[in-house]
Design a protein around this ligand. Structure first.
Ligand code: GLU
Length: 330
């Protein structure tokens, strides 16, 4: 009898515990942010946002303002992969180039006939010049010199792969014009260049970054200028492109300013993601913007007032708008 009572109590206790755990779990929300290769800047964007979301959670545990969000930011194939996975509901957020945000929302370029109308902008981050990085002794000084060379066009799903294809179309360059067109990831390309396996690669990325320095500082690779009538035409015709400078002294081999065209890195989500979640993520970032700026040299000049309007072509997510209005920024 006594034993039975204890068992009953134990069961009741177990049920109570389970119930409590179930309630806590229901309140916990796991979000994932798609980034890029581990040596790029997108990976740092994702890791930094998660860090600030967790910082806000820790503060909330003290003040009672709990958001319950747990965040992870795995490395991925890059911009177009992230947009595709957000559409599938596999990722909640992602970092994407402003050109691919535009095309995905408007159903143009790579996304022709396949518009993603639920794509939502959250904010823009750092500028990303399009780099062509060439072997120190390759003799390549312009796009035309890439003819007959081993050129890395990038992995499918990366932003640079798409932007390289846009340039190829504008210059009238076919894959067969290169000796080989490789599809290495951003993590593989600098080592391949230094090992003499490729002659050059194209990469859209924030400045400075660890991946590029492997090639420039590690084996004397150089970044070439891209400012012919082709790039001028692209910049003139498209709101998501602008000319950009990679300043002298950025890397060991940057002994003069490099002029090229570029895009902005942007942070995006889907209209299907809960406004409360978007609000909390945005709040964690902007309440801690001074910390965010310190997490990578490419974030040094981030200005909230510009981040909420520059380079965004999809509509802002209502969860983000709520915070921006509270701050009086809109
Ligand atoms: N812009 C690249 C892309 O869209 C990623 C650059 C980075 O990883 O920082 O795939």
């Amino acid at each position: 009898m006594r034993k039975l009572t204890v068992t009953t109590l134990a069961l009741a206790f177990a049920a109570g515990t389970l119930f409590a755990a179930g309630t806590a779990e229901a309140k916990k929300k796991f979000i994932s942010i798609g980034t890029g290769g581990p040596t790029g800047v997108y990976f740092v964007v994702g890791q930094s946002i998660c860090r600030l979301v967790h910082k806000a959670a820790a503060e909330g545990r003290k003040t009672g303002r709990k958001h319950g969000i747990r965040c992870s930011a795995p490395s991925t194939g890059g911009s177009t992969y992230n947009i595709g996975q957000i559409r599938e509901g596999e990722l909640d957020f992602g970092v994407a180039q402003s050109d691919w945000q535009y095309h995905a929302y408007n159903g143009s370029s790579k996304f022709k006939g396949n518009a993603f109308k639920k794509l939502r902008a959250v904010f823009s981050v750092h500028p990303e010049p399009y780099h062509i990085i060439v072997g120190g002794n390759s003799g390549i000084k312009s796009w035309a010199d890439l003819k007959g060379k081993r050129f890395n066009i990038g992995n499918p799903g990366s932003g640079q792969r798409g932007t390289t294809e846009v340039l190829m179309a504008k210059y009238g360059t076919k894959k067969s014009d290169f000796k080989i067109a490789t599809e290495l990831t951003s993590t593989e390309q600098s080592k391949a260049l230094c090992d003499g396996k490729i002659d050059a690669y194209g990469y859209t990325v924030g400045v400075p970054n660890a991946g590029v320095s492997v090639a420039t500082d590690g084996c004397g690779a150089k970044i070439i200028n891209l400012q012919t009538s082709v790039e001028k035409g692209l910049v003139d015709a498209n709101p998501f492109y602008a000319f950009a400078t990679i300043p002298k002294g950025t890397y060991k081999t940057t002994n003069a300013d490099v002029t090229t065209f570029g895009v902005m890195a942007t942070f995006v989500t889907s209209a299907d993601v809960d406004a409360k979640v978007v609000y909390e993520v945005v709040r964690a970032v902007f309440e801690n913007i001074a910390d965010f700026r310190k997490l990578h040299p490419a974030f040094r000049n981030l200005d909230p007032k510009l981040m909420i309007k520059n380079a965004l072509s999809a509509p802002l997510h209502p969860g983000a708008v709520k915070y921006y209005k509270e701050k009086g920024w809109m």
